[in-house]
Write a protein that binds this ligand. Structure first.
Ligand code: FAD
Length: 389
């Protein structure tokens, strides 16, 4: 293998380039990214960038003295992959051929049909999204957040801290019940109430109305109307995989991969938010949309690409953190595997605790709220169990 093309110039793409060089690969590396920015960190977009504690320059993922010797082609969109010769076709013409391809195209924010384009209605995925939203979050304004998932909850928390009147709307009866289960979903919902942010669950949006200066109010199914100067739609993310449609690369909620990043096409691996790796612990595929997976898994995928996949162990269980209302929330593993949940340290009333999810007595996931040290110990235990699986 003398040349590799990495499609997607963010955390997973950059981590793949680093892993290639760390593995001694000295061939040509080309990175294609459709954003014009050098790789930047997304987690602060809903936290420090929005609150003004970080500037765009603080978000840079590369260090100044980093010499990766890669060709970065930014503002360039890949529109097709020709698997036979691993040629990536570019919007506007041109092909980039190489011996190996790393797919790292991430995900994009889902939107709600009919309300895109109304001034004051935002999604949050990119730096440009973050800067546009930050501009609008001024004290005294009314913000409606649609979706009480992690990004919605973080935006609500940051905006509340900035002095906006915040209402969060959630279609489900319990927010985050999917990743955390009902009981813990309810506990995180309580953080909004504790902090004076209104959370309305089980509600649907009928319409978003605009006045002369942009969004003006949100009308719920049933007729209730909420004033809104700003609306943030946080209803999840969709993997950027449509461009692979006729490539032969198997796609099912993301690029389907084995547990080492190999896709259905030889010489093509996938990493980060666009990839759905096989998870030996649960015996199914999971698309993990978390920072740490995008950072760590490219090393395994690159080893696969370089023909050293046999040396790679199983992936670590998914892990994410979230910062809401001054609390550090951490989660690792898969809550949906559990048949039992117990609080092992602290208490829900204090909003500071460690909860362990078990299946047949064995831990399968752990959730910590402001419990960093015990959480780290439990996470190591989950890692060890995954290695042994
Ligand atoms: P992305 O970061 O989505 O990057 C993919 C890149 O590929 C993008 O630049 C995209 O424009 C580009 N691209 C897409 N299609 C093409 C194409 N056809 N051609 C060329 N380029 C293309 N995770 C946590 O664990 N904790 C957190 O607290 C947390 N907070 C977050 C807050 C926000 C607001 C967001 C948006 C995400 C957060 N995450 C968090 C998730 C984390 O940021 C992602 O898991 C991570 O960014 C994934 O990296 P990636 O490189 O796979 O994908």
């Amino acid at each position: 293998m003398r040349s590799v093309t990495v499609v997607g110039g963010s955390l997973a793409g950059l981590s793949a380039v680093r892993a290639l060089r760390a593995a001694g690969f000295d061939g040509r590396v080309t990175v294609l990214g459709d954003e014009v920015h050098r790789p930047y960190d997304r987690p602060p977009l809903s936290k420090e960038l929005l609150s003004g504690r970080m500037s765009p320059a603080d978000l840079a993922l590369e260090s100044e003295d980093e010499a990766l010797d890669a060709e970065w082609r930014l503002g360039v969109r890949a529109i097709a992959l020709h698997a036979a010769d691993r040629a990536v076709e570019l919007a506007g013409g041109g092909l980039v051929r190489s011996d190996g391809v790393v797919l790292a195209t991430g995900a994009r924010a889902r939107t709600l049909p009919g309300i895109e384009g109304i001034p004051g209605v935002h999604t949050l995925r990119t730096l440009d999204d973050g800067l546009a939203l930050a501009e609008e979050l001024r004290p005294g304004r009314s913000l409606v957040v649609v979706g009480a998932g992690f990004i919605g909850a973080e935006v609500a928390s940051t905006a509340h801290q900035l002095g906006l009147a915040v209402t969060v709307l959630e279609a489900q009866e319990v927010p985050m019940a999917g990743p955390l289960g009902d009981e813990m979903g309810r506990m995180l919902a309580a953080l909004h109430h504790d902090n004076g942010v209104r959370l309305m669950c089980g509600v649907g949006i009928h319409a978003v109305h605009a006045g002369r200066h942009g969004v003006d109010r949100v009308e719920l199914v049933g007729g209730r109307v909420l004033p809104a100067d700003v609306v943030v739609v946080g209803v999840g993310a969709a993997p950027n995989v449509e461009w692979l449609e006729r490539s032969g690369v198997e796609v099912a909620n993301g690029v389907r991969c084995d547990s080492r990043g190999a896709t259905s096409v030889p010489g093509v691996v996938a990493v980060g938010d666009c990839a759905s790796w096989y998870d030996p612990v649960s015996g199914g595929h999971r698309r993990v949309e978390h920072w740490t997976g995008a950072l760590e898994r490219p090393a395994a995928a690159v080893a696969t690409l370089l023909g050293r996949g046999a040396t790679v162990g199983p992936p670590r269980p998914p892990y994410f953190w979230s910062d809401q209302y001054g609390r550090r929330i951490q989660f690792a593993g898969a809550a949906d595997l559990a048949d039992e949940l117990s609080v092992e340290d602290g208490s829900l009333e204090e909003r500071s605790f460690l909860a362990v999810y078990r299946r047949a007595g064995e831990p399968v996931a752990v959730l910590g709220v402001d419990r960093i040290r015990p959480f780290t110990r439990w996470r190591r235990r989950l890692d060890a169990l995954a290695r042994a699986a």
